[in-house]
Design a protein around this ligand. Structure first.
Ligand code: 4NP
Length: 239
């Protein structure tokens, strides 16, 4: 999961708008299982407040869904739990740095730095211009999502694999795993392998539970789950 954290001064105007705009773009591309989005403030002024009424009105106008929320402040530990920490203007960035202290993994960015025209997003709390804020945030979120898709090589077409294609891939993998000689598997390899096999079991269970019309495939899929258990048992480290 790639975790995006938007940050602004109050967490009631720009960063929650960015949160809901990016979530909407992610949902439209069917990528919500890859990317999670949250937002926080750098100040305590607005702690616990819902999104600004004019920000909600702008999202309503654009047909972007949002939920009731409570403003939260950035904490030092958010650094570990985020892959992208994204401020709206230079002053957000300096406040973020005061809270987190250091950015060894280069997670801190300004939203419009992902566009061809890097600049601050003016605070509509002071300017009153929520239309400009919306347009800038949408431009930034669109570029940010493109950048994430490229960086993590997310294959948009992969989403469209049919259940039959997924099963074929699982069959191939199971066959490959049965060819491995258990005695040659080191503990570290076993741990990596077992995590992949357990992921496959979850995928198989999801297909079985998805009311799939191909009834004949269900017993076969259940057999695959057993085979995976057998592979795990055969490969277990002899301690
Ligand atoms: P935001 O705007 O940083 O875009 O959420 C602000 C909202 C409230 C305050 C400042 C900025 N305030 O000081 O209450």
């Amino acid at each position: 999961m790639i975790r995006v954290l938007f940050v602004c001064l109050g967490n009631i105007c720009r960063s929650p708008m960015a949160e809901f705009i990016l979530k909407d773009l992610i949902n439209k591309k069917d990528l919500s299982s890859y990317i999670s989005v949250r937002s926080v403030s750098t100040s305590y002024e607005t702690f616990g407040q819902d999104m600004h009424i004019e920000a909600k009105m702008k999202l309503d106008e654009k047909g972007i869904p949002y939920k009731k929320r409570k403003a939260k402040r950035l904490s030092k530990s958010d650094y570990i739990y985020s892959d992208y920490i994204i401020g709206m203007d230079e002053s957000n960035i300096s406040n973020i740095m005061k809270i987190i202290g250091d950015d060894p993994k280069h997670k801190v960015h300004m939203l419009l730095d992902f566009t061809e025209n890097p600049r601050d997003i003016a605070d509509p709390w002071y300017t009153g211009n929520f239309s400009k804020a919306y347009d800038d945030i949408l431009e930034g979120c669109t570029s940010l999502l493109d950048s994430i898709i490229k960086k993590y090589k997310i294959d948009l077409n992969e989403q469209e694999l049919s259940k039959n294609e997924i099963i074929t891939l699982i069959e191939d993998k199971i066959y490959q795993y049965t060819q491995i000689v258990p005695e040659k598997v080191k503990v570290s390899e076993y741990l990596a392998l077992s995590s992949k096999l357990l992921d496959m079991k979850v995928m198989i269970s999801d297909i079985i539970n998805s009311e799939w019309e191909d009834e004949d495939a269900i017993p076969v899929l259940k057999e695959y789950k057993k085979t995976i258990d057998e592979i795990l048992f055969r490969f277990r480290p002899k301690i």
